[in-house]
Design a protein around this ligand. Sequence first.
Ligand code: PRP
Ligand code: URA
Length: 209
Amino acid sequence: MSELHVLDHPLIHHKLSVLRDKSTGVKEFREIVGEISTLMFYEATRNLPTEEIEIETPVAKAKARTLNNQKVTIVPILRAGLGMVDPMIKLLPNARVGHIGLFRDPDTHEPIKYYCKMPDDIAESTAIIVDPMLATGGSASAAIEFVKEYGCKHIILVDIIAAPEGVEVVRHDHPDVDIYVAAVDEGLNDHAYIVPGLGDAGDRIFGTK
Ligand code: PRP
Ligand code: URA
């Protein structure tokens, strides 16, 4: 069964309080999404295997552990997932990026795919799928399915805010995928928005409304 990791930390709580506030403007919203993403990436990569190498410090030979040969692909779900990519790449500059374009049909709330581009070596990579919101779970479940179709076997999902319904769907559809979230909220409203949530993540990141 997949594991659900809820990042319970004062820094995360504090930053989430700013994100959720409807008076937070685009610039600050985008910055805080980035800061939370950095903290989440730190946790989500905790179990990546490292390799022992020998280096020379100015003082002596030493054994050290490296991620140099680890293939990691960050997969943002467009649009809102894009806001999480740069801070993660800063921590792991050799990571690849694969994009999946999905939007929710406003009436059915079903995900509609409009773009997909993965690196050639995605099958041997650890894929870290990122999106600020896990609402019905339709987008995340579809994104995981697409990445699996490319032969990728090790997949991690990172969402900032989740609804219990979305967590349930992803865990049911993909019991092999661990999920990292900063918060699990009360549930969904009639428009399948997370309550209390933070509104439309894409619009708030890109200032489109
Ligand atoms: C939002 C969000 C997720 C999806 C979550 O994207 O960023 O991708 O909804 O909802 P679900 O769990 O019910 O599928 P949206 O469809 O609004 O597209 P956007 O990022 O382009 O705004
Ligand atoms: N997408 C969002 O951006 N916010 C929600 O609450 C649900 C889906």
